[in-house]
Design a protein around this ligand. Structure first.
Ligand code: PNS
Length: 169
């Protein structure tokens, strides 16, 4: 069985992520979606919420498992006995960061390789950060995220967007 690790923050999961997962499943027998338990203070959803959203979006596909990890990605890959990391590449601007990360990971464990898939042209401009901003400011995120994530974003910002003066907090 060829399994790849698809790591990320997924705060929140977007249609771009889903597209990579679906296309990754054309190449691999299975994927482990690995959600980073990051200490970032500006995270919108808790790690548990992100895992739940991913599980809802992915349904019961037995080929996909959603897990969390902290610390080094290569250590988690070793624990999981997985040697391929899957990442999506959107634009040239992603390249430098991804190139550095892939090489750092390879330095840390030369047995672990990173495979990049180009994000579909419909999704190349979508990022979790912009999705959070658009939702926070009351914009329409349909077409950017799955409906269940849209509902979660709307619920999260419902109170602030309803407030007089449109507080953005
Ligand atoms: O969705 P993101 O935020 O672009 O995902 C980044 C992620 C989680 C893949 C990356 O930050 C990561 O692997 N973090 C774990 C820490 C680590 O291994 N760092 C060393 C490699 S640079």
């Amino acid at each position: 069985m060829r399994i790849a690790l698809y790591p990320g923050s997924f705060d929140p999961p977007t249609l771009g992520h889903l597209s990579i997962i679906q296309r990754g499943l054309e190449v691999f027998d299975g994927l482990t979606v690995a959600v980073l338990k990051n200490p970032a203070k500006d995270a919108l959803f808790t790690v548990e919420e992100r895992v739940e959203l991913l599980r809802e979006v992915l349904g019961n596909d037995p080929r996909v498992t959603v897990k969390t990890f902290s610390g080094l990605l290569v250590k988690f890959a070793q624990q999981e006995n997985v040697r391929t990391v899957l990442r999506g590449l959107r634009a040239v601007s992603d390249f430098e960061y991804e190139f550095q990360m892939a090489n750092m990971n390879r330095k840390l464990d030369p047995q672990i390789d990173t495979l990049f898939m180009m994000t579909g042209e419909k999704y190349f401009y979508i990022s979790s950060r912009f999705v959070r901003d658009v939702a926070r400011l009351g914009g329409d995120v349909s077409g950017l995220v799955p409906p269940v994530v849209q509902a979660a974003l709307e619920a999260r910002f419902a109170a602030s967007n309803a407030a007089p003066g449109g507080s953005t907090k």
